[in-house]
Write a protein of this length. Structure first.
Length: 133
């Protein structure tokens, strides 16, 4: 149930940002605008909400969700680099393309989202085959 609520809140935040400021809630675009000092005020507010949501949830609920992240620094660095390169190549991230682009019926975003999901499925399948998952 919390996954459904989280998805609804993401959709609501994207809609409010789009309808209120005419901006797309893609993290890559928001971060690049912050580094370029464009529209900095709303961007900092968005990033504060994004990074503050988890501690606020833990504080209000008294629960700490279980997170599973690898303990391998090499794997974490490799994953980060791959995400960065993929974001650069696709001109955006999963939130921009998947949440905002597909809702605007952007062919580029729909193609990117299908690619993200397919790569994720393939990665999980290969990890299971290799005994890494």
């Amino acid at each position: 149930m919390s996954e459904l609520a989280g998805g609804a809140l993401i959709g609501l935040a994207a809609a409010v940002l789009w309808l209120g400021l005419g901006r797309i809630a893609g993290i890559t675009g928001i971060l690049s605008r912050l580094f370029q000092r464009i529209d900095a005020l709303w961007g900092w507010g968005f990033m504060a909400g994004l990074t503050g949501a988890y501690p606020l949830y833990v504080w209000l609920s008294g629960k700490t969700p279980e997170l599973q992240i690898t303990s391998s620094p090499v794997l974490l660095i490799l994953a980060g680099l791959l995400v960065g390169v993929g974001t650069y190549i696709s001109n955006g991230c999963t939130s921009g393309h998947g949440v905002c682009g597909t809702s605007r019926i952007s062919v580029r975003s729909i193609t990117a989202t299908i690619t993200f999901i397919s790569a994720g499925v393939l990665t999980v399948a290969l990890m299971h085959l290799g005994g890494l998952a």
